[in-house]
Design a binder for this molecule. Structure first.
Ligand code: AHR
Length: 662
């Protein structure tokens, strides 16, 4: 009893808010007669951050295989781009005619550009256009691909059209043929079975008779998308994200949210409804957003993987790096005029209705029309991203914040405290959050491994009476094992402080290796395959082994007795759903370390347990060529071995076992 008292006093000194969250008997977390002080951990601690950066959406998670499918690429996306970027005019069988891009009679004014073919002579193979996909189209032998196209027959007679999956040397991997059935825009669709495996196919669409026709919205999807969803996601990438078992997913970014100038702010309403009617736009990362992966698809994906949705909306101001992103010549933060704020705020309220409103409400009806009458159970909404803390920002944030709170007190708002772990925006952001009592604020760290090791105690002394924390973006500047281990060490501190650190997400999540505009990332991919980095495995090991109760003083390192070693870190959590105890032991240093594990408070059931260890050379890293340089290995150990456990040099060990708490 005396010891417990001493320990509690010590913890109160170390963690000033500890008394609010800890319980000696553990009633708040359902642990009966547990003799240690415990701390409740947020239910949503480990999640993922998704941003359409480095071709993460178009050319990545969004399963569309046709690049620039609606001819909306332009020089404003990227210098040199135009409506025919990634397309070639095809007259291979000695046909001839003309091709033009027109805008006078589009399918929808939101999708203004389309191609007109005026074919004088179709030759032997027809005249048309060929799409090169995203670095080629990946086909899997025997699998079905859903092709669709809008055609406006401009000449009198019905026109025969062929859609062919082709190789560079003229190989044909599958064909779909149809005839137009009258004037005006009509959608034609069919499936094509691939006859070969390849990662460099192209899609050719040709008309095979003298004719005039307009083409738009040319699409090809693998039939096997993630969970076979329509307008769905690339199955392997989506599965890799699902395998993390994230508790939440933030979308659609980062800087993409507040955009490059006010006209580039991400507007969720532009991203729902039939894909051919959505309003596309330039991506702040210098490419194009088809918004085929829009808010409906984000919500649906969150539901499919059991992650709570965390949409982030700009605070009515653009990125402070606007106008030459990240370069000299930036025009800085720009704001929506106050005259537009009322309708901007209404859009945010409408988003909440879109996600949660009944199917007969105005916006709930749009969700239902898309195929989801039931609500998406939105609980969080982020306002702002790393914004410069100016009066311009603050005034708009406050207007949004107060309007959302007044109409939807059930929604938890996440504010922002700048791009760095300290500095002017951080301080001003926290002061502002204090003034408004913002429930949660978003901190970002792109720092060195050393910083992550040295900041293991960052949150121990944070006030428990201020805003909760969402670490919305963090990464230790590399994908080597040592980076991943420094992140793991830091993550043990997030569990220890899981009472005030409500959420955390590594960033960014995905990068196409051929179009990478930010490093490091959690998952790298090309059009064929993907690689899970060492950092990915750390995220996964923590997320699938999250607990709801933190139990202090279970693990101690022998070396720490001499002097505190920042390369060593550990945590002990309990998952009350399974009753399991989970230990995480990080050794980010070059020598093995002995950990003493005090099991006396935990009545362990069973003798043999399986631990997972991520270890190797600190400079090892996974790549597409070497995807398994660093992967978790299972080891069977005896529970008695835990009395004195040797943590190998450069390792993360996760040990999970059933226990009855005494
Ligand atoms: O994660 C990449 C970028 O880093 C995000 O878009 C931005 O919020 C941060 O600066």
């Amino acid at each position: 009893m005396k010891n417990i008292f001493k320990r509690t006093v010590f913890l109160l000194l170390l963690f000033p808010g500890f008394a609010q969250s800890q319980t000696r008997t553990g009633h708040a977390v359902g642990i009966k007669s547990f003799s240690y002080p415990t701390k409740q951990i947020s239910d949503d601690l480990f999640g993922v951050f998704f941003e359409d950066l480095s071709y993460a959406a178009d050319g990545g998670l969004y399963a569309e295989l046709i690049q620039n499918r609606s001819f909306e690429y332009s020089a404003s996306d990227r210098k040199g781009w135009n409506s025919l970027t990634d397309w070639e005019y095809t007259t291979k069988g000695f046909g001839y005619g003309t091709i033009s891009v027109e805008t006078s009679h589009p399918i929808n004014p939101n999708n203004p550009h389309y191609v007109v073919l005026d074919i004088d002579d179709p030759g032997q193979n027809g005249v048309g256009i060929t799409n090169l996909g995203y670095d080629g189209i990946r086909l899997k032998k025997g699998e079905l691909y859903n092709f669709s196209i809008y055609v406006n027959q401009l000449s009198l007679k019905s026109i025969p059209v062929e859609a062919k999956l082709c190789g560079k040397e003229g190989e044909i991997y599958g064909v779909f043929k149809f005839k137009t059935n009258g004037k005006g825009w009509h959608k034609y669709a069919g499936s094509i079975q691939a006859t070969s495996n390849t990662d460099s196919a192209m899609l050719t669409v040709v008309a095979t008779q003298k004719s005039i026709l307009a083409l738009d919205e040319i699409s090809l999807f693998p039939q096997q998308t993630f969970k076979n969803e329509h307008n769905g996601l690339r199955a392997d990438l989506a599965q890799a994200i699902a395998d993390i078992k994230p508790k939440f997913m933030r979308f659609p970014g980062g800087c993409l949210v507040h955009g490059d100038g006010v006209n580039n702010i991400y507007r969720w309403k532009n991203t729902i409804g039939p894909v051919e009617n959505r309003i596309q736009q330039r991506n702040i990362w210098s490419y194009h957003q088809s918004v085929g992966l829009g808010f409906y698809e984000y919500f649906r994906f969150c539901e499919d993987i059991g992650a709570k949705p965390l949409p982030v909306i700009a605070a009515g101001v653009s990125c402070q790096n606007s106008g030459g992103t990240w370069q000299i010549g930036s025009t800085g933060q720009k704001a929506l005029p106050f005259t537009q704020m009322k309708s901007y705020i209404q859009d945010i309220l409408d988003l909440i209705e879109y996600a949660n409103g009944p199917a007969n409400s105005t916006w709930g009806a749009k969700r239902a029309a898309a195929g989801h009458p039931k609500p998406f159970h939105l609980q969080y909404i982020g306002i702002g991203n790393e914004d410069k803390q100016t009066d311009t920002f603050r005034s708009r944030f406050k207007m949004i914040y107060e309007a959302v709170r007044a109409k939807h007190p059930e929604i938890t708002i996440v504010g922002t405290v700048g791009p760095s772990p300290s500095g002017e925006d951080y301080d001003l952001g926290w002061n502002f959050a204090d003034r408004l009592s913002v429930p949660i604020v978003d901190e970002h760290f792109y720092e060195t491994p050393r910083w992550f090791l040295d900041n293991n105690h960052r949150y121990d002394n944070y006030s428990r009476s201020r805003s909760g924390i969402y670490i919305g973006e963090y990464a230790s500047q590399g994908n080597k094992l040592i980076n991943a281990l420094s992140e793991a060490a830091f993550m043990t501190s997030l569990e220890r402080n899981g009472d005030i650190v409500k959420m955390a997400s590594y960033a960014p999540l995905l990068a196409n290796v051929n179009h990478t505009s930010w490093n490091p990332n959690l998952i790298y991919f090309n059009n064929d395959t993907l690689v899970r980095t060492a950092n990915y495995y750390v995220q996964q090991l923590f997320s699938v082994n999250e607990g709801d109760t933190y139990i202090p003083d279970i693990i101690s390192f022998e070396r720490d007795k001499l002097s505190k070693d920042s390369t060593l870190a550990s945590s002990c959590v309990r998952d009350s759903k399974t009753g399991d105890i989970i230990l995480k032991i990080v050794n980010a240093g070059p020598q093995s370390a002995i950990a003493k594990i005090n099991l006396s408070a935990l009545k362990v059931t069973g003798n043999l347990i399986v631990s997972k260890t991520l270890t190797g050379n600190p400079n090892d890293q996974n790549s597409l060529d070497h995807p398994k340089a660093v992967i978790p290995i299972d080891t069977r150990i005896k529970i008695t071995d835990l009395d004195s456990f040797t943590a190998p040099a450069y390792s993360l060990t996760v040990i999970r076992f059933a226990a009855k708490v005494n």
